[in-house]
Ligand binder design. Sequence first.
Ligand code: GLV
Length: 339
Amino acid sequence: MAEAGASRPRPRVFVARLIPDDGLAPVVEACEARVWEGELPPPRDELLRAVEGCDGILTLLTDRVDDELLDRAGPGLKVVSNFAVGFDNVDVDACTRRGIAVGNTPGVLTETTADLAWALLMAAARRVAEGDRYVRAGRWKTWGPMLLMGPDVHGATLGIVGLGRIGQAVARRAMGFGMTILYYDTRPADPSIEGELGATFVPLDDLLARADFVSLHVNLTEETRHLVNAARLRSMNSDAILVNTSRGPVVDQKALFEALRDGAIGAAALDVTDPEPIAADDPLLSLDNCLVVPHIASASRATRGKMAAMAAANLLAGVRGERLPTPVNPEVYEGYEGR
Ligand code: GLV
């Protein structure tokens, strides 16, 4: 039996990458923490070894959390805190079955992610990356009346697929550009949200047929995998620009390559690919009308700091047996009566 007054052992946690100090410092202070300091994610066998006997783990979207990992962690694991709003890397049902709370970082990255979606939309429309490559290649000889022309953004029609927090933040930006805003979701938004954004609910196929710009903001699930497939790409307008800041597999990437190559759509701008990272010799990267950045939508200094603090708060609450501030599976708590 522990002696009266003896200090309890500090919780054991594994942190799967270096994260901003706003989150790392409180975790290291309160826990016996092992931190993976490599630039690349821990290889699977290292990850499995590192989680053994842990009370909590702080994962990134590059770390797969499944039954195998939970078995290796053992019965003491209380919390998986994911440093992301998305959690398709975590088998949440497997965690719930074992009573393990899962946390994510919603809200704090909404505006920053919408900023990047907007940057991609603007850059693809106005051919910013192509223009930069053109200048650097020494090809800029004179002002050209028809050089690097693209579509107008202002006054165009934007189709938002998924009008959650981030989709709404993108819609607010579009209002400033006088755009017509269409949206599709599994169900229409509250009329007050539609009214505030001037957004009209349409079936997905109508949205794809009518939009000049299509921006994707859905979670990756079995229903949304390859939501944008060959047939849907072919139904889009031939100048349309597709922006994806959600998850790579929401788009059938082979079909996207063919649609861009054949001029079935005008351009694509991707923050996410399938797989990640995209191979340097992927055919998409041979296309001038495809812009790709390395999954950086939430990567502002302030937002990454807030995500770190939030992931730490979830981890620390979980190891102390307290309710997570932002649980993905609140059903693990007694008395939970539905969202
Ligand atoms: C990033 O993609 C996230 O889900 O936070």
